[in-house]
Design a protein around this ligand. Structure first.
Ligand code: HEM
Length: 178
């Protein structure tokens, strides 16, 4: 017999209709994908931070670190989109809804904002850093136009930690009362 997500997981959840009941293993599979994606996202942001901050402490690392930075774009975008898609699916198949509870709606906005920042701001910055690193490695004079990339890892890790706290805490509060 196939187990289906419980309709009333807690007394207070009794009012929450499930939009799309799915087998329990599907919901758990989505949760695993979601957790792995968000954990990998935080890990990649930490790697981004290391590559950005180490050259600030020791300039001899600048060429190496800046050449590696552009490689992080696609992995970062992939895990950010995976988090968005799996989180959205979880919202649809669980009693939490997509924009029913504030903590889910806030995460949705944060995730969308971060995906936008990755594409619009981070990508050009990483490409500039790569060009700068390659020029230094080729022995060309330092143009001095070093991209300032300390904000992206700082902002992203902070928002992802806030999202993780919200997810575990699941504070009460609905977008609109029903
Ligand atoms: C912004 C990055 C995100 C992070 C770091 C994150 C983190 C997490 C974590 C750690 C959990 C597990 C909580 C637990 O089981 O106790 C979780 C669950 C959940 N997340 Fe996210 N999440 C993110 C984005 C999203 C988005 C964009 C959505 C929906 C639009 C979403 C919807 C959900 C839902 C509904 C659950 C509960 C699943 C369940 O109880 O079965 N998340 N998230």
């Amino acid at each position: 017999m196939t187990a289906v997500t419980a309709v009333t997981a807690s007394p207070s959840a009794g009012r929450d209709p499930i939009r799309l009941p799915v087998p329990r293993r599907v919901r758990l599979g989505l949760l695993v994908v979601h957790l792995v994606a968000t954990a990998a996202w935080i890990g990649l942001d930490v790697a981004l931070g290391v590559l950005v901050f180490v050259p600030m402490l020791d300039a001899s690392w600048t060429a190496a670190c800046h050449q590696v930075l552009p490689l992080l774009f696609w992995p970062l975008l992939t895990v950010a989109l995976l988090s968005l898609v799996s989180g959205t699916a979880l919202g649809v198949v669980t009693r939490w809804g997509l924009v029913r509870h504030r903590w889910v709606a806030i995460k949705l906005v944060m995730n969308l904002l971060l995906v936008t920042l990755i594409v619009v701001l981070l990508r050009p910055g990483l490409e500039d850093a790569g060009r700068h690193g390659r020029a230094l490695a080729a022995g060309l004079p330092d143009s001095g136009e070093v991209p300032r990339l300390f904000m992206p890892p700082t902002v992203s890790v902070t928002l992802l930690v806030v999202a993780t706290v919200l997810s575990v805490w699941k504070p009460r509060g609905r977008v609109r009362s029903t």
